[in-house]
Ligand binder design. Structure first.
Ligand code: TXA
Ligand code: MG
Length: 329
């Protein structure tokens, strides 16, 4: 892994790595991000692997301009105001994701929403333009560690796990972006308060600043955003396919669809998707949500899932499978 000082050739190289499905640490005004092409599921899976994340939290998608943001998500009046006031800058908007957004399901953790940010740092802006693709990036630290605001912090946590660190010195803001959920679209019949933007994570832009632009204070999320959108109850219904799920299956029942992993596939006749015929957990993670959707769209009523090893990304895969198999609300 190399660390390159931000310069035009270094930015071109970083953009090439991203387009080729690699991982880089990119400077932003808030914290260094662990950056990958948001449209490439395998590249996004590498983010979770490098961070050692126990679960697939939804990631922020960074865009180079507002046109790119509009291709990914539906803006409401409130989000439009917030974008005009604070973009580029340390504000992340959670919006309804467009069907044709072209972003990996792993980025949004299967949610119908997408978190988008237009960063202000000049190096990030140049990188986004050179890469010309939305970039998924959580903070570039091992899961559970303090967020990195210098290239050295990144190297201490992630050396050997990423292809390059683009070093633009210390991050000027130093704390993560403010996350505001504007995904509730008022249909005009409901109480306007129901559709009020919700502050999910305090950050670089204060609640007061947000409130001034909205003309009313944002609602406060109950609890911590890092747990709220991934709380089991909420997410179970998001991850769950329509089909019933049976885990750790050795002998699928007749008529059941099979979600397999690795070269040893149980005897079975009928619909089958192998998450990774070679037994590669990264590939399996990249394929997981798309495979569940595909089996669902085939109309199967029960999905038998083989045992997936629990190490590395397997822990996250099993976490999601458990939620998907949990009793439905
Ligand atoms: O400043 C930042 O935001 C940094 C830099 C790199 O841009 N990124 C960052 O990403 O902090 P991360 O992954 O550490 O935090 C993402 C936050 C989490 O709190 C996550 O739950 C929330 O955004 N989030 C992402 N997508 C969401 C969604 N669809 N709905 C609700 N919350 C979402
Ligand atoms: Mg973080």
């Amino acid at each position: 892994m190399k660390t390159l000082k931000a310069s035009p050739p270094a930015i071109v190289e970083a953009a090439r790595i991203i387009r080729d499905g690699g991982l880089i640490a990119m400077p932003t005004e808030t914290v260094y991000g662990l950056a990958a092409d948001a449209s490439n599921a395998m590249a996004v899976a590498r983010i979770f692997e490098a961070k050692g994340r126990p679960s697939f939290n939804p990631l922020i998608v960074h865009v180079g301009d507002i046109q790119m943001a509009r291709r990914l998500a539906v803006f409401t009046d409130d989000s439009e105001k917030l974008a005009m006031a604070f973009w580029p800058g340390p504000l992340t908007l959670v919006l309804r994701r467009r069907e044709d957004a072209g972003v990996s399901d792993l980025v949004t953790a299967g949610l119908p929403t997408i978190a988008i940010r237009l960063p202000a740092h000049p190096t990030t802006a140049k990188l986004l333009h050179a890469a010309n693709t939305p970039i998924a990036a959580p903070s570039a630290n091992r899961s559970g560690h303090v967020s990195p605001t210098t290239a050295d912090h990144v190297a201490a946590d992630l050396a050997g796990q990423i292809d390059m660190i683009l070093d633009a010195g210390a991050c000027p803001v130093g704390i993560e972006s403010t996350v505001v959920d504007c995904s509730q679209i008022s249909d005009g019949n409901e109480d306007k308060e129901d559709a009020a933007p919700t502050l999910l994570r305090p950050g670089g832009i204060s609640a007061e600043q947000i409130g001034r632009v909205l003309g009313r204070p944002p609602r406060k999320a109950a609890g911590d955003n890092d747990t709220a959108p991934t709380s089991p109850g909420q997410l179970a219904s998001h991850y769950a396919p329509n089909a019933r799920m049976r885990l750790n299956v050795k002998r699928p029942e007749p008529g059941e669809a099979l979600l397999a992993f690795g070269p040893k596939v149980p005897a079975h006749c009928g619909l089958m998707i192998n998450l990774s015929p070679s037994g590669d957990l990264k590939e399996a993670a990249a394929n997981l949500f798309a495979s569940l959707r595909a089996l669902d769209s085939e109309g199967c009523t029960s999905i038998a899932v083989v045992t997936i090893p629990g190490e590395g990304l397997g822990e996250a895969i099993n976490d999601r499978l458990l939620r998907a198999a949990a009793p439905r609300p």
